[in-house]
Design a protein around this ligand. Sequence first.
Ligand code: NAP
Length: 316
Amino acid sequence: MSPKKVIAVVGATGAQGGGLVRAILNDKSGEFTARAITRDVNSPKAKELATLGAEVVAADVDELDSLTRAFADAYGAFCVTFFWAHFSPEREAAEAANMAKAAKKAGVKHVIWSTLEDTRRWIPLSDNRMPTLKDKYKVPHFDAKGESNKVFLEQGVPTTLLHTSFYWDNFIYFGAGPKPGPDGVLALSFPMGDKPLPGIAAEDIGKCALGIFKANGEYIGKSVGIAGEHLTGTQLAAGLSRALGREVRYNDVPPEVYRSFGFPGADDMGNMFQFKRDFNSAFVGARSLEVSRRLNPELQTFDRWLDRNKSKIPLE
Ligand SMILES: NC(=O)c1ccc[n+]([C@@H]2O[C@H](COP(=O)([O-])OP(=O)(O)OC[C@H]3O[C@@H](n4cnc5c(N)ncnc54)[C@H](OP(=O)(O)O)[C@@H]3O)[C@@H](O)[C@H]2O)c1
């Protein structure tokens, strides 16, 4: 029997990487083993992954040598950055470059880089429909990822560019869920107009990534976009109303109002929604539900995700 191929997973204790580690460990074909990368092998989440059967190793995406060691002898590497840990697009780009260099040095055969669009391709800095942020970005947490696609190509690493979607889990963990308005009625507020927002259960990203690794190199050198469903704000609110048994309205706030909400990153998120709204056919068109389902036959719909997660959504 040939030895199992190692997939080294960055962000293994988080949403995307955690989904992939669990998908590998649950995969009955047993083609791969999971090497979970964490900064702290003794954290409860890291220990849980070890208990489930993952090899757990320490590395930091800010330290090239530690990443190179963590990628050694791996067939595959799942690479993701953590914009919201530091809010710096430059640091995110440096982290992506570290991962690309480490993958090259370690001779990794297939990298999946979890990326997003460089929105400046559609809305250049000179376009005043949305403000320029941090001097040279429109949507900093998108642009730095898209700009970093080239570092994987420059290193000559066999790479799949994985374009992810808005996690429905943001309704639980990211403060993006329905909030009571002055009249007490719950409202879901974001500036998508009547345009669909590609969304996905965060754990399905890892399952789709496993599908990509299992496809015998078919997706190397390609871009793949994934989503569970493309739903409008009105459809998301209707799904939430059904699941919660309580009225939820969709509140289509203008992007400039969203940008002024005042939480850290509100300007970045406001620009992000405006980009997804105003360049909707390109953004939605890059995320095929059919391809996502082929990669991950267990792909969840929003209703299915709600069935499993509605009790976790904070409503205050
Ligand atoms: N929220 C969304 O809707 C959405 C949609 C598409 C894309 N994204 C992107 O997804 C990315 C985040 O991925 P995620 O949601 O999977 O992250 P996450 O759940 O926040 O997990 C982050 C994990 O990464 C690890 N980590 C943080 N800093 C690290 C470092 N310097 N070196 C090594 N590991 C580090 C941490 O693990 P340890 O503490 O164990 O080291 C943590 O568990 C962001 O860049 C965001 O822009 C988000």
